[in-house]
Design a protein around this ligand. Structure first.
Ligand code: DAH
Length: 343
């Protein structure tokens, strides 16, 4: 009997099956009522007591081996038949590949870059970890100006000379860096991330994106600023878009203005996106203050220029009708997937 069990365990290793019916036959042969296992268990009754222990464990070994073998064969046959269907069944719907898509902030940033590059602007970049000079002092912020306050700015290193290391609060710092290393004419845009110590809400975030613009040459006037921004607004929001400039204040421009575009959702009639006014505020701008030119080594008696700065999230919100800023940072694929066709 011992010999027979050992032989059966050996035989099992050689077994193969092509179909599920083959496997059912095997199951009956081994585990059926009149199968090998039952036959051996019947013989087991007459095994002398002193051999029962060894024989019993051998029998159990065989039983487990049979069950494992049958399961393995079943799996193999089923897998085979599945892969067969996918090759042979030409009517089976194709599995579409999941394609990634660009982030809406990248889409809008690229569009803005492409609009300005058509009128001769090139892209400049600057560091995210900046110093007081490039973010504030050179941009004509008086020493006591509230924008330097701890509440707005992430200060990351106190320096003895007062030129503390900060995370840039705006991309206007790239204006200064560009003027320090280039001679006019200068015509650049500077896209980048900026950081402010703000509580995160639907309308504010501590990290966001801006695009800065700077144009410096001889005889640049406010009408050049107005025409350039009108061109941008029409390219970005449609040919019927109108703009208006409202007087404002920034330390680095004089005069300064806030630019609105006519609401592209209601066509200027007034809706809840433009809060009934027909206008949407999209950027700050103005003529570069002579103090800023001087600080960066450019003679304000020879050169003049304009600058502007806009928030990419804000423009993307208006373009795509997104009403919560946080969605841009959560990376929820259900949100991001909606921009798949906008590339
Ligand atoms: N730096 C300003 C801000 O972060 C935006 C800005 C306004 C930039 C006017 C400019 C400008 O270049 O001329 O709010």
């Amino acid at each position: 009997m011992k010999q027979r069990i050992k032989q059966s365990i050996e035989n099992l290793k050689q077994l193969s099956a092509e179909t599920l019916e083959d496997i059912e036959q095997l199951r009956i042969q081994y585990l059926g009522k009149k199968g090998v296992m039952n036959e051996l268990f019947a013989q087991f009754k007459s095994v002398p007591n002193e051999e029962k222990k060894e024989m019993g464990s051998l029998l159990n070994e065989l039983k487990t081996a049979v069950q494992t073998k049958i399961e393995a064969l079943r799996e193999a046959v089923e897998n085979k038949s599945e892969s067969k269907i996918s090759v042979d069944d030409l009517t089976k719907p194709a599995c579409l590949e999941q394609l990634g898509s660009r982030h809406p902030i990248s889409l809008v940033r690229n569009e803005i870059i492409s609009i300005f590059s058509k009128i001769g602007y090139t892209v400049e970049e600057g560091p995210e970890i900046e110093d007081d000079w490039h973010v504030f002092s050179a941009l004509n912020f008086p020493p006591e100006h509230p924008a330097r306050d701890m509440q707005d700015t992430f200060f990351i290193e106190n320096r003895e000379d007062g030129n503390h290391a900060v995370l840039r609060t705006h991309t206007s710092s790239v204006q200064v860096r560009t003027m320090e290393k280039q001679k006019p004419p200068i015509r650049i845009i500077a896209p980048g991330r900026v950081f402010r110590n703000e509580a995160i809400s639907a309308r504010a975030h501590c990290i966001f994106h801006q695009i800065e613009g700077l144009y410096i040459d001889k005889n640049v006037s406010f009408s050049d600023l107005k025409q350039s921004l009108l061109y941008f607004a029409k390219e970005m929001f449609g040919a019927n878009t109108q703009i208006r400039l409202r007087p404002s204040y920034f330390p680095f421009t004089e005069p300064s203005a806030e630019m609105d575009v006519s609401c592209n959702l209601c066509g200027g009639k007034g809706c809840n996106v433009c809060k009934g006014t027909g206008w949407l505020e999209i950027m700050g701008c103005g003529m570069v203050d002579p103090n800023v030119l001087k600080a960066s080594g450019i003679d304000p008696d020879v050169y003049s220029g304009f600058a502007f700065g806009m928030g990419v999230e804000r423009i993307a919100m208006l373009k795509y009708g997104v009403n919560d800023l946080r969605m841009y940072f959560e990376n929820d694929v259900r949100f991001l997937g909606q921009f798949r066709n906008s590339i």
